[in-house]
Design a protein. Structure first.
Length: 130
């Protein structure tokens, strides 16, 4: 569905079904619907990071097509984090607390509880997850 959403569409082409994206990055679904744009970006964000109820889940649904890379994201449990992926797995994540945070960080079957002061950063890697 994400690939279909990102498929380029000529602005002069009339679309009845199938969706796509115009050159201006608007959703190609007559009539134009902004929820298609918002849903696609929200879906990507949720694939890479979920943050709710004091828990951060790193890479909950990493697609096989994205075996390596970096992502910087913000969530509710700890406002700032950067994650590095290699070989389709978490290599490391830097969790930075903006205002002081207690949270649980989870990836795969492992988790660690963190308590951080405002401005403090912690690096989490697979070996630190129990």
């Amino acid at each position: 569905m994400l690939l279909r959403q990102l498929t380029g569409v000529d602005a002069d082409e009339e679309r009845g079904e199938g969706g796509g994206t115009y050159a201006n990055l608007f959703d190609a679904h007559p009539p134009f619907q902004i929820d298609g744009n918002f849903a696609a970006t929200a879906g990507v964000a949720e694939m890479l990071l979920q943050s709710q109820s004091g828990e951060i889940v790193l890479l909950p649904a990493l697609p096989a097509a994205w075996p390596s890379g970096r992502v910087a994201a913000c969530g509710r449990a700890a406002p700032s984090r950067s994650t590095c992926v290699k070989g389709g797995r978490l290599e490391s994540a830097t969790i930075r607390s903006v205002g002081g945070t207690r949270c649980r960080v989870r990836s795969g079957n492992g988790a660690v509880d963190l308590s951080m002061a405002p401005g403090e950063s912690r690096v989490v890697d697979p070996s630190s997850l129990f």
